[in-house]
Design a binder for this molecule. Structure first.
Ligand code: 4AZ
Length: 335
């Protein structure tokens, strides 16, 4: 499907969705600045084009991204707050663009921190999600606005364009860091393909994005930041930058915490009076990842994901073998 068709479909779909869910009527507007569909690779964002993005900093030194989901709450990755106990040292900047100039930014501290109770329990980066309650609410401006969140049941077909922004490293080695906020367009990579490509465990509650040729990706320092999808004039956050094997390597998409899987947890933490705007994103596109067959599987894929199937197959050949043995015995006994 061509990109134009994608956008047309999404637009039609957006009109349907917004009339049902009234995203505009909620606090979240998810409305950013100008949309520039011709961006290639990581590029400097137009100031204010991602008004929900926040910078988590020690002093003024940026270390992770996050997103504003309503006037009291910021969403980020749990590994950004690891180890816990240092949240008092964090300043959250809103409306930041250039890293070295803080004019026009608003800052808040972390009043309380709520990380997913099952984060890090398996050591597999599962449930890499935290909510940060601000010391004081922020007032929305042209450059400070909340994003909508993808509701439970949302789907993101492989190849669908998503966007990630951040102040993270410009290369894998982390030698170059940007002065201004960067943005990049990354197509969704389905979970089956992503698992096939990765040598590490990829959780069911993540989503991947990237190009087969590499070259464009999120990287260290982008963690915690939002991965968004365009829905007409709205932007909906579907992912949180979580991890990846290196940055921008060919056939190694980045891995993002899948936000819709956490709708119940998010609403249980965020006070109901100020619940964030959840929007169902379920475009009619066919998802080719559902039929994805992993041919050149990595060893890890074999042991972790297909152990059930493998043991099943082994059982069958075992049964066959014992059947043969019994038959042979019977033939021998007959003589
Ligand atoms: C990191 O180190 C990191 N390519 C975040 C995202 C990605 C890689 C590394 C995805 O925080």
């Amino acid at each position: 499907m061509s990109e134009m068709e994608h956008y047309r479909l999404v637009l039609v779909f957006a009109l349907t969705v917004s009339s049902f869910h009234g995203c505009q009527g909620q606090e979240c507007t998810g409305q950013g600045g100008a949309f520039r569909p011709r961006i290639v690779g990581g590029d400097e964002a137009a100031p204010g084009s991602w008004p929900w993005i926040v910078s988590l900093s020690y002093g003024t030194r940026h270390y992770c991204g996050g997103s504003l989901i309503n006037e009291h709450w910021v969403l980020t990755a749990a590994h950004c707050m690891d180890p816990p106990g240092e949240e008092n040292l964090t300043t959250i900047y809103f409306g930041r663009h250039n890293i070295s100039t803080l004019n026009n930014t608003v800052s808040r501290g972390i009043g309380s921190m709520w990380c997913h109770p099952e984060y890090n329990q398996t050591g597999e980066m599962e449930n890499d999600i935290c909510l940060l309650k601000l010391t004081e609410p922020v007032a929305f401006t042209e450059h400070i606005r909340p994003v909508c969140l993808a509701a439970r049941g949302s789907t993101f077909p492989a190849g669908f364009p998503s966007w990630v922004a951040g102040w993270g490293a410009l290369d894998e080695g982390g030698e170059r860091n940007p002065e201004a906020l960067q943005e990049v367009k990354l197509p969704i990579v389905g979970i089956n393909e992503c698992r096939c490509l990765n040598i590490y465990y990829v959780s069911e509650t993540t989503i991947c994005a990237g190009y087969p040729s590499g070259g464009r990706d999120s990287c260290q320092g982008d963690s915690g930041g939002p991965q968004v999808i365009r829905l007409g004039s709205f932007w909906v956050q579907l992912g949180i930058v979580s991890w990846g094997l290196g940055c921008a390597r060919p056939n190694l998409p980045g891995v993002y915490t899948l936000v819709p899987e956490y709708e119940t947890w998010i609403t249980s933490v965020v006070d109901s009076s100020a619940s964030p705007g959840f929007v169902l994103f379920d475009p009619p596109d066919e998802d080719n990842d559902l039929h994805y067959v992993c041919e050149d599987k990595h060893e890890y894929y074999n042991t972790y994901y297909t152990s059930g199937v493998d043991s099943g197959a082994r059982l069958d050949s075992c049964q066959l073998l014992s059947l043969c043995a019994i038959l042979l015995l019977r033939i021998m006994l007959a003589f």
